[in-house]
Design a protein around this ligand. Sequence first.
Ligand code: G3I
Length: 459
Amino acid sequence: MNPRIPRRRSLLLSAAAAGAVIAASVAVVGTAEAASTLGASAAQSGRYFGAAIAAGRLGDSTYTRILTTEFNSVTAENEMKWDATEPQQGRFTYTNGDRILNQGLSNGAKVRGHALLWHAQQPGWAQSLSGTALRNAAINHVTQVATHYRGKIYAWDVVNEAFADGGSGARRDSNLQRTGNDWIEAAFRAARAADPAAKLCYNDYNTDGINAKSTGIYNMVRDFKSRGVPIDCVGFQSHLGTGIDSTYQANLKRFADLGVDVQITELDIEQGGNQANIYGTVTRACLAVSRCTGITVWGIRDTDSWRTGANPLLFDGSGNKKAAYTSVLNALNAGGTTPPVTTPPVTTPPVTPPTTSSPPPAGSGCAATVSLNTWNGGYVASVRVTAGSAAINGWTVRVALPSGGAVTGAWSATNTGTTGTVAFRSVDYNRQVPAGGSTEFGFQGTGAGPAAALVCTAG
Ligand code: G3I
């Protein structure tokens, strides 16, 4: 694996100088008693301090001791990714993801979800899909996983690493990108519909300063905010080398000024003469930006890190605190701005109860009910198909749309037509519904939602 650590070209500030600049611009709030753990000291200014954790390490007592003592947020390092949660299409496995979730919740920690859609760590079946089939599968994945964890996740990395490195500021080529430029907003809308309480983040690396890549993302977030696409936060991975860009804090601030939270999501810093200082600089940068709500380090001990040999974390292989740890703790205890209290969704009204439905299935046949999550100019519809007193093998749901409305995407069903009366047909994995059982599909549309009761036909 190649750590994608940028070779810093210029503008490397000494950490001490960066710290001086930051300190000058921070309105420091009360420092109270110095706390003795990372989580407790971050909490003093209303923030979290988290770690990425691996289910396979939870049996290691040194690991879990540090985890439960020091951190008040956890992120699944791999266990909630697409290849882990949907290894076969339509077959979801949450065993290890749930272990991370329960570890966090039982310890009173926030849980960050990572990551719903990413060009990497896709299951083989998704890698071989393209076009509408991939788009539908991707949106279904977002819907299913976010629904499974509904109400329990503090923030989801809905889309991870969708921008290209280098100077273009453009999207990265990927199978997801080739389904159409709107794949990211479709994912955010589906995530909001599935879990209205989770903060929805875009997450990326090499965005640790004002540069072409971070500016490309900045422009996307600004566009999303202006059009009401539900985005609440941006994650800055911060896999750093031996220096830090002088615009690190200013970059966080410009995103925060767009009206989103910012989070340091995967922090690790190459060990070298400056490691401890740079850790302090990053911490102070977050504390200085009121909408920077927390920091996550990407592992606990150096030996837990994906960056073999870089020793980039806060604890050594034996679990001892490093100088970098002390630097972070001191920075946290020095205090910082207080994040505003924000509760998502900020751009979308809450899910509304079913608005239109066909009669309950009497005898054989099927019925369909729809729940809408609307925003200005569009909606996500979640449809439940319920079989009557007999099992069904295939179903079609007809939806009458108002004039001017159109379907822009569907998941777990194939649509015929996009305007007027649109027919949604079952797909292989949800065709068979047992007597009295139900299945779900969804679609996204422009304009108002369905104009009349849905009509379900079995067979
Ligand atoms: O669990 C298997 C093990 O059974 C097998 O023997 C071994 C053989 O290679 O592989 C193990 O799985 C590895 C897994 O980490 C768990 O250790 C995978 O091969 C390996 O690819 C995977 O790497 C992860 C990497 O994402 C994949 O892209 C790293 O742990 C994880 O830290 C890293 O995290 C990413 C973030 O998600 C996104 N940002 C960058 C960050 C670092 O690359």
